[in-house]
Design a protein around this ligand. Structure first.
Ligand code: ADP
Length: 220
């Protein structure tokens, strides 16, 4: 269904154009529709491929890395989107060594920060924290956004589940971001927790296993 909807929209518009059933002045909006639906389809296919890689339970190479690095990379990739949406990204990033796959941690940080921008309120903010606390490596993404109703808080990690379908589609979501996060966290042997209050905001906390004792020599 998720793949068919944009494809049907492309087919429908192309067919009308081909049969010259669209008035001259309406053509541009049809071309735009085809362009947008193709882009949506491509994003969806990319997400499905990413998710299927995670599902195959393949082993991802783990290296000793500073949790700050993939998080900083994700922040850089999303800064312009935050600016466009008028969302302030506040950071508090401490050096925190973990044993994990760089790409997976990047995916986790990217998807959580991306959501915190897309589901925020006007002039809202997101606070991104990386810290070590009681021997645990923690990544926290806390937004001042729309919040998630209690009954949906477990379901948002399911594939294609969205609290508000129209809002999510408008903001360019595929409904797969948090499934990717959930699987990536599992692959990293970590855990994820969500606290959210409707209308106030959401805080996602990911805990990564710390480095085995002795593994953090020459860590920088
Ligand atoms: P989508 O592509 O729809 O954003 P996700 O899997 O990333 O898909 O998220 C699933 C749903 O969870 C979203 O559609 C939205 O309803 C809700 N959601 C995710 N992150 C947040 C957030 N930070 N604040 C409020 N709602 C959120």
């Amino acid at each position: 269904h998720e793949l068919k909807t944009p494809l049907q929209s492309i087919m429908g518009s192309a067919e009308l154009l081909e049969n010259r059933l669209v008035k001259e002045e309406d053509r541009d909006s049809f071309y735009k529709k085809i362009h947008e639906s193709s882009a949506q389809l491509l994003t969806l296919i990319d997400d499905i491929i990413r998710l299927s890689h995670l599902d195959e339970n393949q082993r991802f190479e783990e290296i000793k890395l500073n949790l700050k690095s993939p998080v900083t990379e994700a922040l850089e990739a999303l800064q312009s989107s935050a600016d466009r949406h008028g969302i302030k990204l506040e950071t508090n990033l401490s050096d925190t060594m973990i044993l994990a796959n760089f790409r997976l941690v990047y995916e986790i940080a990217y998807n959580l920060i991306d959501n915190s921008i897309r589901y925020n309120k006007e002039k809202g903010k997101t606070k991104i924290t990386v810290k070590e606390h009681r021997g645990q490596a923690i990544l926290q993404v806390a937004d001042t956004g729309i919040g998630i109703p209690q009954e949906a808080q477990n379901r948002i990690f399911e594939r294609f589940y969205r609290v508000d379908k129209s809002h999510s589609r408008k903001t360019g979501g595929t409904g797969l971001g948090l499934s990717i996060v959930k699987h990536a966290v599992q692959q990293c042997h970590g855990t994820i927790r969500l606290e959210s209050e409707l209308g106030k905001g959401s805080t996602f906390t990911v805990i990564f296993p710390t480095l085995p004792a002795g593994a953090d020599d020459n860590s920088k």
